[in-house]
Design a protein around this ligand. Structure first.
Ligand code: SF4
Ligand code: SF4
Length: 165
């Protein structure tokens, strides 16, 4: 590409006395600081205060139960296959006769983990799931943490709590 060679030579003006002691600049800076004291704050005290989130916000995942309280996930692996970040891993197991009330399908996820450090919250796992088992919540985020290991979310934190009426 050809450059135009357009340029403007700036001349540095010599500072006058007031400018050389920086007083006007300090006063101007203080004025800006003071004016912000009376303006509406742009920041909020997170996590005590939370901003309203959009209905289509994709946040922390949840593994859903069916209307009887059984886990919907059948460990088919489609979510893991659809995940562009390779954030999902699982181990399938076969349901025993006495476990029918716990798992809806004959096969279930004995281990199901999502690495939240890898996840880009795209929602493709939700779209790929044929059992409507995994959803991204629009009101929860994976909280910050100092320990990398804590970003691996297992079933203990993903499966929705069992609700008894
Ligand atoms: S939201 Fe996207 S990146 Fe995160 S686990 Fe699901 S498919 Fe993977
Ligand atoms: S969450 Fe859905 S897609 Fe993923 S393993 Fe379970 S049933 Fe299959």
């Amino acid at each position: 590409m050809q450059l135009t060679n357009r340029k403007k030579v700036m001349e540095r003006k010599p500072m006058n006395f007031l400018e050389s002691i920086y007083l006007p600049a300090v006063v101007k800076g203080m004025g800006i600081t003071l004016s912000h004291l009376f303006k509406k704050k742009a920041t909020i005290q997170y996590p005590e205060q939370k901003r309203p989130m959009s209905n289509v916000f994709r946040g922390l995942h949840v593994l859903r139960r069916d209307e009887k309280g059984a886990e919907r996930c059948t460990a088919c692996g489609l979510c893991a296959l659809a995940c562009p970040a390779e954030a999902i891993t699982m181990t399938a197991a076969e349901r025993k006769k006495e476990e029918k009330h716990l798992y809806r399908e004959e096969k279930y996820a004995a281990v199901y983990e999502i690495n939240m450090l890898r996840c880009i919250f795209c929602g493709l796992c939700e779209e790929a799931c044929p059992k409507a088992a995994i959803f991204l919540q629009n009101d929860k985020m994976a909280p910050a943490n100092y320990d990398r290991g804590d970003f691996i979310y297992g079933k203990d934190r993903l499966v929705e709590p069992f609700l008894t009426n």
